[in-house]
Design a protein around this ligand. Sequence first.
Ligand code: PLP
Length: 421
Amino acid sequence: MTTPDPSELTAQYDRALRDYDALVGRGLSLDLTRGKPAPEQLDLAADLLTLPNGEYTAPDGTDCRNYGGLQGLRELREIFSGPLQVPAEQLVASDNSSLALMHDSIVHALLSPVPGAVRRWADEPRVAFLCPVPGYDRHFALCERFGIEMIPVPMTPDGPDMAVVEELVAGDAQIKGIWCVPKYSNPDGTTYSDETVRRLAGMPTAAPDFRIFWDNAYAVHDLTEDAVQIADILAACAASGNTDRALVFGSTSKVTLAGSGVAFFGSAPDNVAWYLGCTAKRTIGPDKLNHLRHLKFLRDEDGLRAHMARHRAIIRPKFDAVERILSEQLGGTGLASWSKPLGGYFVSLDVPEGCAGQVVSRAAAAGIALTPAGATHPYGDDPADRTIRVAPTYPALGDVAAAVEGLAICVRLVATEQRLK
Ligand code: PLP
């Protein structure tokens, strides 16, 4: 792709400006901001609203109405054991948000030494986490909340740049963790290669209490029929002698009901005992009736997979529309590149350096809400001002198409304007 000559560039800019004025004139009100399931996806779990249908006894005899059962219903843990790659006896089924479990894990580590730690993280002079970028804004918000320093690490097509990760964790004992979304990462859809998983599990760390926050939020959220497989992090950690290194998280937020699902924590036995010991002070037990109705609804792992295929039928056309429109409008222009995810909830759009903030503002002025530029980076600061997260699942298909067409116009406008300067 060569840069066009000045007159061609001016013509491109004039065209983009005309298209943009027409776009503003349409008075749109569209929203591509948050990765939420669409109402039709929530409808797929409508039966949950009537389950457990008067029943309250779990297959193992647990009376789900009562207190207790801190680890959650075993039969439900068995369904998610395979997809989350955690043995059922090392998996905890909890209440509705995995983000809350990540929050709690950090709080517990601040207040009660994790297995292998010399002291509580609250007593450390400094706690830092590695943050692969682009990444999930709520991970970064958790770090900010607790004063955890964030060190960005670039993503590669195989996951975080492991040469950078290995050097940092080997040399700094205050680096206590790394955020990982190993499958269909938020926002670029990257899946970690087996080699990346092996290196994360095996790398020497200066901190004896280093933890991988393995947020497998998109474990079963495939956009194609060929589910992508990732390597088993707990097994890889155990094989390297770093048995306690990984904390695994997941949930049914984007399987059943985003506000009323079940979240999971899994790890090696020592960490599970530590986690449950801390959690026992916080609650007498989770919402087991919710576990029971999920068990009755999903039935088994095959039921879970069949349910996810119904989600795929709804959201795949939206991702296809994003890809088609971006290719038609921006393909071959050299003005943008974007991810082509095989699963998950997002597309990551990269525009020329220094343009992302302006694209988002122009889109907002045309009635298209996008996640703020910079949200994909720690402290909301994308130093290259380049990455825009596109979340196509929630709006109706026609609205996704209209919003992405508008977004492409904004990219053409801002990027050609910058080239003309
Ligand atoms: N982790 C990632 C990577 C996410 O993208 C999201 C939601 O978008 C969450 C966690 C939130 O999970 P939950 O609903 O279980 O709190």
